[in-house]
Design a protein around this ligand. Structure first.
Ligand SMILES: Cc1ncc(COP(=O)(O)O)c(C=O)c1O
Length: 395
């Protein structure tokens, strides 16, 4: 369940990577997105989990809480909208970037159709951004996407297409529909010959990193470890690249965690190249249930991630309950199935007294990200025994 990556380096942030993702562009994205009414005006909270850190046997545990990002429910609200703005600017260079999501160019964009596959959060964010800017949008979902996740996307006016296959087949179907109709695919994963849009999605995630860096700086703190959950790898690439650039040779230890049955990044680390998952890919952590590694994300992860790790579905469910019911006395948090993966990994290792396998000890200061809230509210209540609204009332 743990692989130490022999290709991880502690070099300064490479110039070649900085031409693809960098802090300057992350700050620009932050400014563009700041006008979108669907996003919270404030930075999402960076919560210090004192009780949990003590119980785990580490010095500090911060959770960046993306359940507060937007009513879209996850950090994905930063990725697709950023990519859509960039895409529109390439076709309409005279448009003002920060006016696009305000619907200023609705009439000119009435035939500018976009399409994407999703397992939930990316599609919801794209549908919302397309609706705000006035672009027609089609979202392709696979057999395992729940009805409540489908409804949450359809709420933003997207045309929904459901296929009988899995996530990777939905990606192929979105590509096929796009070619047939002359639409543009806005995907969060990259493949041969398709890298620019997923790059802009990842750059949008960098907005979360800029906020976190500012919050840590205000406390004069620096994490020793950052743990991020992996689906196709875009989140980890978008955030780790920022902190690599920030801290250079003194960067924290970077760790990726995935569901055991959707282990494409773990397998990529073992093979030394982008590889497919070996398991069923189906997981309660729906956002992480990806079978194929994003090629462009891998360019960042291969040289920087120190450890690739795997957890079980039950580990995630236990951590959802932990956050929802304030185990160890910390303020309760609405941590969704994919959101709690970092905490689930720490808890599992602490229980096995194996924290030292990730060079964690009583001095470690660890940053994790709750990447989603109750994006499937019925399932959330079923798994935790409490609704998101009840938790928010207690916060
Ligand atoms: C809530 C949540 N967390 C994490 C991820 C992983 O992001 P990525 O696929 O970019 O690795 C996703 C992806 O959909 C997600 O929805």
């Amino acid at each position: 369940m743990l692989f130490k990556n022999p290709n991880a380096t502690n070099s300064p942030y490479p110039t070649k990577l900085a031409t693809v993702l960098n802090q300057e562009t992350a700050h620009k994205s932050k400014q563009w997105l700041s006008t979108w009414p669907l996003l919270s005006r404030c930075a999402t909270p960076l919560r210090s989990m004192t009780g949990t850190a003590r119980a785990l046997g580490i010095n500090t545990l911060w959770i960046k809480d993306e359940s507060k990002r937007s009513k879209l429910g996850s950090f994905k609200a930063l990725g697709a909208p950023n990519a859509l703005i960039n895409l529109i600017l390439t076709h309409f260079p005279t448009f003002e970037a920060d006016k696009i999501l305000l619907g200023k160019y609705r009439e000119q964009l009435a035939d500018f159709a976009v399409v994407s596959a999703t397992d939930g959060n990316h599609g919801r964010a794209l549908a919302a951004a397309a609706q705000s800017s006035g672009c027609p949008c089609t979202i392709v979902i696979h057999a395992q996407v729940s009805q409540e996740r489908e409804d949450a996307i359809a709420e933003y006016g997207a045309t929904m297409v459901r296929i009988t296959g899995n996530y990777d087949e939905s990606v192929e179907e979105a590509d096929r529909i796009a070619k047939e109709n002359g639409w543009i695919v806005v995907s969060d994963t990259s493949y041969e010959g398709y890298t620019e849009i997923p790059r802009d999605v990842m750059q949008g995630y960098g907005v979360m990193a800029t906020e976190t860096a500012e919050q840590l700086e205000a406390q004069e703190q620096k994490p020793t470890h950052i743990i991020l959950q992996g689906g196709v790898g875009g989140l980890a690439a978008g955030v780790f690249s920022y902190f690599w650039e920030q801290y250079g040779v003194e960067r924290p230890t970077f760790i990726v965690v995935e569901p055991r049955q959707a282990d494409c990044l773990y397998q990529s680390a073992i093979q030394g190249k982008p590889s497919a998952a070996t398991g069923s890919v189906d997981s309660v952590m729906a956002g992480l249930a990806c079978g194929e590694t994003s090629q462009i994300a891998w360019d960042f992860l291969q040289p920087s991630v120190d450890y690739f790790t795997l957890i079980e579905d039950q580990d995630a469910i236990d951590s959802m309950v932990h956050l929802a019911h304030s185990k160890y006395g910390d303020a309760p948090i609405v941590g969704g199935e994919s959101g709690v993966a970092g905490l689930a990994l720490l808890t599992k290792l602490a229980k096995l007294t194996q924290l030292n396998a990730l060079s964690l000890n009583a001095d470690s200061k660890v940053l994790i990200v709750n990447t989603e809230g109750a994006t499937a509210p019925d399932l959330f209540k079923e798994l935790t025994g409490i609704s998101a609204e009840e938790i928010i009332a207690k916060q």
